[in-house]
Design a protein around this ligand. Structure first.
Ligand code: THU
Length: 139
């Protein structure tokens, strides 16, 4: 999907969401955008809190928007954080990898971006190997 209009749209949605991030404590703004099964895009940003542990990641916000709107499958997700060209890329935290797992397949692409654009794409399985997921409870 690299260089497709669909990916460009997803990255743009992550960029717009990132601009609305509430990150007064870390100053680290993140945006996420999900392409849902319906073809709609759901975006979210990180929402920090003065009581630090109550903060929420951008991926969590985007998943919440998707589920609220009735979609249940993540076809692709873009995450945008950090500085353009920074050495470190903004891969999802461990908790968000598991949250993505709930609604994705092991092949679902996770597009890691910075404000200059796409940096790397990983299938979920690369970021969350040997994972526990819904099929473990399919008894
Ligand atoms: N953060 C995200 O929103 N997503 C990520 O993938 C990594 C980290 C947020 C959490 C916190 O608000 C800030 O970035 C610094 O950790």
């Amino acid at each position: 999907m690299t260089d497709t209009p669909e990916l460009a749209r997803l990255i743009e949605a992550a960029r717009v969401a990132r601009e609305n991030a509430h990150a007064p404590y870390s100053k680290f703004k993140v945006g996420a955008a999900i392409l849902g099964e319906s073809g709609r895009i759901f975006a979210g940003c990180n929402v920090e809190n003065a009581a630090y542990p109550q903060g929420q990641c951008a991926e969590s916000s985007a998943i919440g928007a998707m589920v609220t709107a009735g979609d249940r499958r993540i076809r692709a997700i873009a995450v945008m954080g950090g500085e353009a060209g920074a050495e470190e890329i903004c891969t999802p935290c461990g908790g968000c990898r598991q949250r993505i797992r709930e609604f994705a397949t092991l092949e679902t692409p996770i597009h890691i971006c910075d404000p200059a654009g796409l940096r790397r794409t990983f299938p979920l399985e690369t970021l969350l190997p040997e994972s526990f997921g819904p099929t473990n409870l399919a008894f």
